[in-house]
Ligand binder design. Structure first.
Ligand code: ANZ
Ligand code: ZN
Length: 901
C-alpha cells in the first residue's frame, strides 16, 4: 500500500494516518466482535470506568493490559470476550450538575462519549456491541429486579445506622461531602453531626463464612488481596455459651477465649442489646447512657459504661458477676454480649480499672514460653497469650486450646464464628443512582414495586440542598401496589457498588429484555478468566461482586459458577515526576495530545515495556521517545526488506529450527533465534510479563539488523524473523504491526493471524549458553592480552572422552575421581584423564553439556557473530582436527580458544 512521499520514507510511517486506517479496518472486519454462540470464550475484563471526563495514561494502562492480553488470546485462536462499559451513576455527576447548571444525565453522556473517543484513539479492541451503561433504565431496572429477589430471599433489611447529617441543609451527606478536619458540610460549611437513621441493607453477613472460606482456594488471586478480604471479613473462631441473668433472661455470649471463663469478673451488654434496651425502660441513668451511646455527637471513652443492678451467673463457677452496659461491646459482632476477663483482655482490663472491678488471673505462661510466669502481673496489665490454666479448679494445668474444647463440651456451649464484616448499607440520599423500588404505604408499610412496573425511573433533576428525589413531590406520590391507597415512593437510591456487582454478567447478553442475563450463556462464559483493575477495589467491589455471584448461584441463576473472577491482576500506578498521575497533582498525560504527537502504539509500547503490570512506573519523555524510535526502526527495516532494498539470497529459509548446521549455518542460527523468541514471548505473555516478551523481540530485531549487515541474508530466514516480529508486536503495538504485516505480504490481518508456535530444538538453551560463554571468553582474552587487531580466532571443542568423563562425574555419588577412573576407556588415557577427573571433582556440580558434535555445530552457526564482533576470521574445530594442541585445554561447555593477530 502507500508508502508516502520521499520525505515520509525518511521519517518512517505516519502514525496518524496508519492508526486511524487500521482502526477502521478492524471495525469493518468486526475483529473484536464475539458471537453469542461462542463456546466458553476467554473472558478478559478490565474494571469498567467511572466516566469522569478526565482520562490519563494511568487509566489507559489498565485497558492496554487487557487489550494486549485479549489480542494475544485471539491470535492463539480463542474466542475472546473483551467488553467495556460505564459505571455511570454517582456523586460527581450530581456535583457537576449543581455547579454547572446542567443535568447529571447530559453531563454523564458527554463524558462517556469523550472517554470512548479516547479509547478508540488508543486502538483498544472492545466489542462495542456489548457496551453496558449503568445509568440507563435498561440496565438499572435489573438492579431493582435484583432488589426484589433479594428481598424475597430475606437478604434485605431496614435498620438504623449512623450517618453524616448537616443540621442546616437538613440532609444526609456522603463521606465525600464532608470537608476538612473539622468536618463541615461541603455546601454551607456548617459542622456536621452524626445521626442514627433507618437505612436499607443487603445482609451480606449471611454469606460471611462462604466468602471467607472460598478465599483459600482462589489461587488465581494475589495473596495480598485475599488477605485484605480476610481482614475485612474478620472471621473469628470461638464459641457461644448461655449465661443466666437475674432478670430471668438467658443471654448468649460470644468468646474466642472460653479457657478464661473462670476469670470472668463482670458481664457486659452492647447498648443496642435487647436486654439492655428493656432494662433502660425503667432505669433513667441507663436510658441516658444508651441514648448518648447511640447518638454520638461526642465519642464516648472506651471505658464508659453503666452498672444495671443485675447479675449474671457464670455457668462454669456458679458465681454471680455484675452486668454492665458498655459501649465497647459492639451490637453487630458475635451476640452483642460478653463475659469480661480483665486479667486476660486489654479492653476488659481498662474497664475494670475505671470501674474498680476485680482482676483474677486464670492463665499463666506455659513452661516453654519465653515469658517468666513470675514476671507476669495481671493487676498491672492483661496477659493476653494462651498458656496453662490456673485458679480454674479441675481444669488447672490444661493448655488453653485443650481447655477451650473441654469447656465447650462441659458447659453445653456451641462452637461458632463471628465476623467484623458489617451488612452492606445500600441506601444513598442522592439523585444520580438507581431508585430503590419500594413504596411506603401508611397501611401496608413498605411494599415492593412489582417486577412488571420496573424500572422505577428517575424524575427530572432538581437543584436542592437535600435529596432531589425528596423534592420531586409529584414523582413521590403514587399508589400502594397492595391496597391501591395513596402512598409515597422510597426516595433513597442505591449505592453504585450495586451497579458494579454484576455488570460482568450483563456483558454476556446486554440486550436481553426478559432477564438481567442469559443463565445458560452466563453459566458457560463465566467466570471471568482474567480480571484487571486497581488495588483500591480489593475489598468493597471485589467482595460485593463475589457476594452477588453467590446469591445468584443460590437463586439458580448461575450454574457451576461459584466465583466471578478466576484470575485477578492488580495493576500498578503510572507516576510522573515521582507522584501518581492525577488531575489534582497536575501531572497528567492525556491520550489525545500524546497520540497526536507520537501515536497510540508508542504510548502502548512504552507502558507495557516500562514495567510488569503490577508495578508502578514513571512516565518519562525519553521512555516515550525511545519506544517511538524503536517502532520507526522496525518499520524502516521491514520496509527496506519488503521493497527489495536489502539484497537477499535463496528463499527456502533456514529450515525453521531443525537439527544440525544445515547448508547455511547463519540462516539456521537466525531461524533458531526466531523460534526461541516466539517461545519466550509466549511464555512471558502467559505470565503477563509483557516487558520480558518485548525485550526478546528487541533482541530479535537487533539480530536481523546484524544479519543484514553481515552477509547477503537468506530471504526465508529474514521473512520468518520479521513476520514473527510483526506478530509478537501485534498485541502491544497493533497498528504498526498491521503495517508490517501488510509490507510482508501477510494474509489478512495480523490481529487475526495465528500466534507463532515455533520453539527451538531441545538443548537450545545449552547452545545459547555455550555461544555466550565462548564470546565472553574471547572478549576477555582480547582484553587481557591487549590484542588491538585480532586476525584469526580458532575455537576447538573438547573431545568425546571428556564429555564421557563429565557424564560419569555428574552421576557419581561422592568419589568423582573414582567414578571417572573406574571406566576402562578413560583409565587407558592415563594422566590426562586423571587430571581432568580432578578438575571435575574440584568444580563442584557438573552441568549438563551438549555432545561434541552439537557443540561444534552450534559454534559454527554462531561464528558469524564472532567474526562481526572482532573483525577476525573464525575457525571452529572438532577435537581431532584441531591444529597443534589447540584442543588440549578444551572442556565440555568451554571450548579452547586461540587468537592470532
Ligand atoms: C472472653 C475473653 C477473655 C475474650 C479474654 C478475650 C480475651 P478478638 O479478641 O479480636 O479475637 N467480644 C465478643 N463479642 C464482642 C462484641 N460484640 N463487641 C466487642 N467485643 C466482643 O475478639 C474476640 C473477643 O472479643 C471475644 O472473646 C470477646 O471477649 C470479645 F481473656 O471473651 B472474649
Ligand atoms: Zn398500602
Amino acid at each position: 500500500m502507500s508508502t508516502g512521499s520521499g520525505e515520509q520514507r525518511e521519517r518512517g510511517f505516519d502514525h496518524t494516518e496508519v492508526e486511524s486506517r487500521w482502526q477502521r479496518v478492524w471495525d469493518d472486519e468486526e475483529v473484536f466482535r464475539i458471537e453469542d454462540d461462542a463456546e466458553d470464550p476467554a473472558y478478559v475484563l478490565a474494571m469498567f470506568p467511572y466516566p469522569s471526563g478526565e482520562m490519563h495514561m494511568g487509566h489507559v494502562r489498565n485497558y492496554t493490559i487487557t487489550d494486549a492480553y485479549a489480542r494475544y488470546k485471539r491470535m492463539q485462536g480463542e474466542s475472546v470476550l473483551h467488553p467495556m462499559g460505564w459505571d455511570s451513576f454517582g456523586l460527581p455527576a450530581e456535583n457537576a450538575a449543581n455547579e454547572r447548571d446542567v443535568d447529571p444525565r447530559g453531563w454523564t453522556m458527554d463524558c462517556i462519549q469523550n472517554i470512548k473517543d479516547q479509547m478508540e484513539l488508543m486502538g483498544l479492541g472492545f466489542d462495542w456491541e456489548r457496551e453496558v451503561t449503568t445509568c440507563e433504565p435498561d440496565y438499572f431496572r435489573w438492579n431493582q429486579w435484583f432488589f426484589n429477589r433479594f428481598r424475597e430471599e430475606g437478604l434485605v433489611e431496614r435498620k438504623a445506622t449512623e450517618l453524616n447529617w448537616c443540621p442546616d441543609c437538613e440532609t444526609v451527606l456522603a463521606d465525600e461531602q464532608v470537608e476538612g478536619d473539622d468536618e463541615r458540610c461541603w455546601r454551607c460549611g456548617t459542622p456536621i453531626e452524626r445521626r442514627e437513621l433507618d437505612q436499607w441493607f443487603f445482609t451480606i453477613t449471611d454469606y460471611a463464612d462462604e466468602l471467607y472460606d472460598a478465599l483459600d482456594g482462589m489461587d488465581g488471586w494475589p495473596e495480598n488481596v485475599r488477605e485484605m478480604q480476610r481482614n475485612w471479613i474478620g472471621k473469628q473462631e470461638g464459641a457461644s455459651v448461655g449465661f443466666e441473668l437475674t432478670t430471668g433472661d438467658e443471654v448468649e455470649i460470644f468468646t474466642t477465649r472460653l479457657d478464661t471463663i473462670h476469670g470472668a469478673t463482670f458481664f457486659a451488654l452492647a447498648p443496642g442489646h435487647e436486654v439492655a434496651q428493656r432494662l433502660a425502660e425503667d432505669d433513667e441513668e441507663l436510658a441516658e447512657y444508651i441514648h448518648r451511646a447511640e447518638h454520638t455527637e461526642e465519642e464516648l471513652p472506651q471505658t464508659s459504661g453503666v452498672f444495671t443492678g443485675e447479675y449474671a451467673t457464670n455457668p462454669a463457677t456458679g458465681e454471680e458477676i455484675p452486668v454492665y452496659v458498655a459501649d465497647y461491646v459492639l451490637e453487630d459482632i458475635g451476640t452483642g454480649a460478653l463475659y469480661a476477663v480483665p486479667a486476660h483482655d486489654e479492653r476488659d482490663h481498662a474497664f475494670a480499672e475505671e470501674h474498680d472491678l476485680p482482676v483474677e488471673q486464670v492463665v499463666e505462661p506455659a513452661p516453654d514460653a519465653d515469658v517468666d510466669p513470675e514476671a507476669v502481673d495481671v493487676q498491672e496489665a492483661a496477659y493476653t497469650e494462651d498458656g496453662v490454666l490456673v485458679n480454674s479448679g479441675e481444669y488447672d494445668g490444661l493448655e488453653s486450646p485443650e481447655a477451650r474444647d473441654r469447656f465447650v463440651e462441659d458447659l453445653d456451649g456451641e462452637e461458632r464464628t463471628a465476623h467484623s464484616l458489617q451488612d452492606w448499607c445500600i441506601s444513598r440520599q442522592r439523585y444520580w443512582g438507581t431508585p430503590i423500588p419500594l413504596v411506603e404505604c401508611p397501611d401496608c408499610g413498605y411494599v415492593s414495586v412489582p417486577d412488571e412496573e420496573l424500572p422505577v425511573e428517575l424524575p427530572e433533576f432538581i437543584q436542592t440542598a437535600g435529596n432531589p428525589l425528596d423534592a420531586a413531590t409529584e414523582w413521590k406520590e403514587t399508589t400502594c401496589p397492595d391496597c391501591g391507597g395513596p402512598a409515597e415512593r422510597e426516595t433513597d437510591t442505591m449505592d453504585t457498588f450495586v451497579d458494579s456487582s454484576w455488570y460482568f454478567l450483563r456483558y454476556v447478553s446486554p440486550d436481553l429484555e426478559e432477564a438481567p442475563f442469559d443463565t445458560g450463556r452466563a453459566s458457560d462464559w463465566m467466570p471471568v478468566d482474567q480480571y484487571v483493575g486497581g488495588i483500591e477495589h480489593a475489598t468493597m467491589h471485589l467482595i460485593y461482586s463475589r457476594f452477588f455471584t453467590k446469591v445468584l448461584a443460590d437463586l439458580d441463576m448461575l450454574e457451576g459458577v461459584e466465583e466471578p473472577f478466576e484470575n485477578l491482576l492488580t495493576q500498578g500506578m503510572v507516576r510522573k515526576g515521582g507522584t501518581a498521575m492525577s488531575s489534582s497533582s497536575g501531572n497528567v498525560v492525556s491520550p489525545r495530545p500524546f497520540v497526536e504527537e507520537y501515536g497510540a502504539d508508542t504510548a502502548r509500547l512504552f507502558m507495557m515495556n516500562a514495567a510488569q503490570p503490577e508495578k508502578d512506573f514513571d512516565w518519562t519523555e525519553e521512555g516515550a521517545r525511545s519506544a517511538h524510535q524503536f517502532l520507526q526502526n522496525v518499520y524502516r527495516l521491514t520496509r527496506a526488506f519488503a521493497e527489495g532494498e536489502i539484497e537477499t539470497a535463496g528463499g527456502d529459509g533456514g529450515g525453521g529450527g531443525s537439527e544440525g548446521a544445515g547448508e547455511d549455518p547463519i540462516a539456521e542460527y537466525v531461524a533458531r533465534e526466531t523460534a526461541a523468541t516466539a517461545a519466550t514471548a509466549t511464555e512471558e505473555f502467559e505470565r503477563f510479563r509483557f516487558n520480558h516478551a518485548l525485550q526478546a523481540v528487541r533482541e530479535l530485531v537487533a539480530l536481523v539488523r546484524q544479519y543484514r549487515d553481515a552477509t547477503t541474508p537468506d530471504e526465508g530466514a529474514v521473512t520468518e524473523a520479521l513476520e514473527t516480529t510483526a506478530k509478537l508486536l501485534a498485541p502491544v503495538a497493533p497498528h504498526v504491526a498491521e503495517e508490517l504485516w501488510e509490507l510482508l505480504g501477510g494474509e489478512g490481518l495480523v490481529a487475526e493471524a495465528a500466534w507463532p508456535t515455533g520453539s527451538p530444538p531441545p538443548g537450545y538453551n545449552l547452545e545459547r549458553r555455550l555461544v555466550e560463554n565462548t564470546r565472553e571468553d574471547i572478549r576477555d582474552i582480547v582484553d587481557v592480552a591487549d590484542i588491538a587487531d585480532p586476525e584469526r580466532v580458532e575455537v576447538a571443542v573438547a573431545p568425546a572422552w571428556k564429555h564421557r568423563a563429565a557424564d560419569l562425574a555428574r552421576d557419581a555419588e561422592g568419589d568423582v575421581v573414582g567414578a571417572v577412573m573406574a571406566d576402562e576407556d578413560l583409565r587407558e588415557r592415563g594422566e590426562a584423564a586423571a587430571d581432568f577427573a580432578k578438575t571435575l571433582a574440584g568444580s563442584g556440580r557438573v552441568d549438563e553439556y551438549l555432545d561434541p558434535d552439537r557443540e561444534r555445530a552450534a559454534l559454527e552457526r554462531a561464528a558469524w557473530l564472532i567474526r562481526r564482533e572482532f573483525g577476525a576470521e573464525v575457525a571452529v574445530y572438532g577435537a581431532a582436527e584441531a591444529p597443534g594442541d589447540l584442543a588440549r585445554d578444551a572442556e565440555p561447555g568451554r571450548p579452547a580458544i586461540d587468537i592470532q593477530s
